[in-house]
Design a protein around this ligand. Sequence first.
Ligand code: UFG
Length: 327
Amino acid sequence: MQSVLVTGGAGYIGSHACKRLAEAGYDPVTYDNLSTGWAQAVKFGPFEQGDLLDRARLDAVLAAHRPVAVMHFAALSDVGQSMRDPALYWRNNVCGSMTLLDAVTAAGIDAFVFSSTCATYGEQDGVMLDEGCAQQPINAYGGSKRAVEDMLRDYGRQSGLRHVAFRYFNVAGADPDRQVGECHRPETHLIPLALDAVRGRREHLTIFGTDYRTPDGTCIRDYVHVLDLVDAHVRGLEHLLAGGDGGVFNLGTGRGFSVREVIDAVGDVTDAPVPVVEGARRPGDCTALVSGSRLAEAVLGWRPQRSDLRTMISDAWGWHQMPGYSA
Ligand code: UFG
């Protein structure tokens, strides 16, 4: 069986990717420092605890498992935190990725799948984004991901490393089998926070800004089911393993929802109102981030299958009601 190194495999998206890889016949080897991930989320292959900045540990893990490719999810991803502590993001996301790339190229691995983000686009004044749009991030999280995209291009020219970079829009939902799900501590994302408010685990949800230039004044995002997202990753991996050139792909649905629309949908799915208060804008938030996925469809045959808003909320709700869930 071919091994794939999955950095961040103990996290939300990484754990779903491990499940999908195992289903597709690969052995996913999780490499994770557990700073934001969970050992109990590693269920589908071996676990190697380690930090991205630890080159010796990375070398040892690569030598022991001899993966054919790397999926690199490990990163800090809290936009607000990245505004308060940008050094943390540059050290972990950029220096960490560079250490990983050094180890990967030294080990002779030439296929790399990278988690990038729509946050690399920044403010674009309401346009439907595509991969050709300028990248002008307005927060350190987006800046750190753009830097790694640049690094991948440069390493590729020099070493022959081929890569696929996915610019995620807003990932949501959970494994409908409830083997893995989303569990951040502290939680900062809209849908899990709204579900917590419904369950009385928080007093209310604060809407961050009601004065944006959108129809209802709140920010608009394009939500993608985590299962669709990890399906794209396996397609990207197989494209590279078949000798493909790689590339950069947006993973969106082409349909945006405002914060208020998401809150209403959470109320409908759970059959309970979400207690909300209106608050100030959150620094670093863009007005609207929405993208189609024409390129991913043309090159990888990817189309979102499960990314309907209610399905995502309902899958997340199922996970939240699991007895062991404790964000
Ligand atoms: N929001 C609220 N109240 C909350 C939480 C969120 O109003 O308590 C709003 C935000 O202001 C934003 C929307 O809900 O308008 C979605 O916010 P999330 O925090 O759920 O996600 P982001 O849009 O901040 O997502 C960004 C990037 C993603 C990236 C993610 C990582 O767009 O690419 O951060 O955390 F992966």
